[in-house]
Design a protein around this ligand. Structure first.
Ligand code: GLY
Length: 408
């Protein structure tokens, strides 16, 4: 009897453990990839060219920029397609950044003046209390400096880099993303903020900026990237020991799913970090993240907001497409000849958006890109026009059409 009972109880225990593991350990439902959802059609052929879209962008952004930044920074559109003034958040530098990119493209004096007008009020973002200092200041003051070469933009960039570097903990080996809670919280998006530090390290010959960014990249590589190249959104560390306490999501479907924009941040962030560090392993990570993204796209070639979304939340996130498109281009640039497939994938991601479903050519609407999703779990900004979606669309198109090898 005992002989039978023991193996039987062992089998039951193993089966129980396997079930728990398949369910994500936290009582989560089993996840499946969302690639199987049926869509009306595959990718649509572009109905507007990149050059035409840039001309439309110049018109739309010149018109929207006549309002005053003191009334609020733009983040999303209202139901008429008009940018809504909002208080400062991680997105506040992107409208300004788009103005600089379009000024660079058009060399239009009026756009340069408007871009300058929208840059100055962002000086206070240099002491923003989160990792978003990088997003805020690199997209505005960073682009302004690279476009004009005017040294008046340097002090804000230096101050922003100093404040971002102060958020680095040698115990954790990472830059803290958010200050809330007792744990030391880092999110995958933070890879993007390293651009500010890498660029400032070169410009101001500051090794501490470089080291903080480099160590952050290594820590992210160790703890955020899964075997299959998919990423976790949030990792909470113990601030004293640096031990991982929890891996979870904030904007994704579930702790073990892959949030599409987070995956796009990983492609772009690691490709950019590889460019500044020359690290072959950073390039490898960018490649793994890219392969996951590309191989799990749905039929029309535009990602759902989460690669594991259930059918009842089948919303698109066009912002993830364009961020990934820039990341793939940067990756291709560094791989050389073998990078052509990533260059072609980058072109396809943009091609798939150049139609009425995803792009607005209507001059009455301020946004270029439709169907971007800010945060589905929070019911916030679902399939709408978002400033950062436009910013990365313009960045991708400039890389793909002009004689430049990296973003402005
Ligand atoms: N960094 C916030 C986001 O991607 O929504």
């Amino acid at each position: 009897m005992m002989m039978i009972f023991k193996p039987l109880s062992l089998i039951i225990a193993v089966a129980f453990l396997l079930t728990i593991q398949a369910c994500g350990g936290g009582g989560e439902a089993k996840l499946s990839l969302a690639t199987h959802f049926t869509e009306a059609s595959g990718p649509q052929s572009p109905s507007i060219s990149r050059e035409e879209l840039l001309d439309i962008a110049v018109e739309k952004y010149t018109r929207a920029a006549v309002s005053e930044p003191e009334e609020g920074f733009f983040r999303s559109i209202d139901n008429q397609g008009v940018w809504q003034p909002d208080s400062m958040s991680w997105t506040s530098g992107f409208f300004t950044g788009s103005l600089w990119q379009l000024a660079h493209h058009s060399q239009n004096e009026e756009l340069i003046n408007l871009a300058q007008k929208w840059t100055s009020p962002l000086a206070r973002a240099a002491s923003w209390p989160s990792h978003d200092i990088g997003f805020l200041v690199d997209s505005s003051f960073g682009k302004a400096l690279r476009m004009t070469q005017s040294l008046e933009y340097e002090p804000v960039l230096r101050r922003a880099a100093e404040n971002l570097q102060r958020r680095y903990s040698p115990k954790v080996g990472a830059i803290r993303s958010w200050d809330s809670g007792n744990n030391y919280t880092v999110i995958i998006d933070n890879m993007m903020n390293l651009a500010l530090l890498f660029k400032a390290a070169e410009r101001f010959s500051n090794d501490a900026f470089y080291q903080a960014a480099y160590e952050h990249m290594l820590t992210t590589q160790r703890h955020f990237i899964r075997e299959d190249g998919g990423t976790y959104h949030v990792v909470e560390f113990d601030s004293e020991t640096g031990a991982v306490i929890k891996k979870r999501t904030h904007q994704g479907y579930s702790d073990n799913s892959v949030w599409s924009r987070g995956q796009a941040w990983a492609i772009y962030g690691f490709a950019m970090a590889a460019r500044y560090t020359g690290s072959p392993s950073a390039l490898e990570t960018a490649r793994d993240a890219a392969d996951f993204f590309i191989s799990h796209l749905p039929a029309d070639g535009v990602p759902w907001w989460d690669f594991h979304t259930p059918a009842e939340q089948a919303y698109k996130d066009s912002s993830a497409s364009v961020i990934a498109a820039v990341g793939l281009w940067l990756l291709a640039e560094q791989i050389g000849e073998g990078g052509n497939s990533y260059r072609n994938q980058s072109l396809s991601l943009v091609d798939n958006l150049l139609n009425d479903e995803y792009t607005s050519a209507d001059p009455a609407q301020h946004n270029l890109l439709r169907r971007a999703s800010g945060s589905v779990p929070h019911g916030l900004e679902i399939e709408t026009g978002l400033v950062y979606a436009d910013y990365y669309l313009i960045e991708a198109i400039l890389l793909q059409t002009e004689a430049i090898t990296e973003p402005l």
